[in-house]
Ligand binder design. Structure first.
Ligand code: MN
Length: 210
């Protein structure tokens, strides 16, 4: 399936990667309503991961949602999916249409304020396949999402190896191809943001038993 880049999409210039953005994919009123519904209906919880043998609480709230069988392993911790809330079932189809892809799961993250964050990582777990296609919908406070090229060991990072991409309320980001193999991304803390940001990353997880 070939993805046709319509004029709604902005291509983000990252050598070797495939990243496109629609800054205003949802109109403000619709994004507001969706944010309210998801804040109220997603069973938010703190995910814990094992890090250097210790149990560490993630600095955000999360919920793993998916079709049956889409268990997911992140930082050596298994997550069983929750059922799709009503507010997400129609949205999944719309994101699939916009991105010309299928998704069987979504990781919801809630950054309650500028103190919540996500460290550098890539979404390159084996369950996501060779070339993960990830659609990221942002709602609420605009935060700076960063992407940084992976460098060979010992090569120092230069300032222009990292780009900062502000993701506004209602924006849709599509990452595909070699993006996860070549780049890491994060969401740093910021003192400039007081409000909450809710992020949905739709994925296709290959089932463990197939
Ligand atoms: Mn990620």
């Amino acid at each position: 399936m070939t993805f046709v880049l319509t004029p709604d999409w902005q291509r983000i210039c990252l050598p070797g990667a495939d990243v496109v953005l629609q800054p205003r994919w949802l109109a403000t009123e619709e994004a507001d309503a969706l944010l309210g519904a998801l804040l109220a209906t997603i069973p938010w919880e703190t995910h814990h991961i094992r890090l250097f043998g210790r149990d560490v609480a993630s600095p955000r709230l999360s919920c793993w949602i998916g079709d049956p069988g889409t268990g997911y392993t992140y930082s050596k911790t298994d997550f069983e999916p929750r059922l799709w809330p009503a507010a997400l079932t129609a949205l999944r189809s719309r994101v699939e249409t916009a991105c010309e892809a299928r998704f069987n799961s979504v990781l919801a993250n809630l950054y309650r304020d500028g103190n919540d964050s996500m460290g550098w990582h890539s979404d390159d777990e084996p369950e996501l396949g060779d070339q993960p296609l990830i659609a990221s919908l942002s709602l609420g406070a605009e935060r700076g999402f960063r992407l940084r090229r992976k460098l060979p060991r010992g090569v120092p990072a230069a300032p222009d190896d990292t780009i900062r991409l502000p993701l506004p309320h209602g924006s849709l980001l599509r990452m595909a191809g070699q993006t996860q193999r070549l780049y890491r991304h994060d969401l740093p803390k910021t003192r400039a943001v007081a409000g909450a940001r809710l992020n949905l990353t739709f994925r296709w997880v290959n089932r463990r038993d197939s």
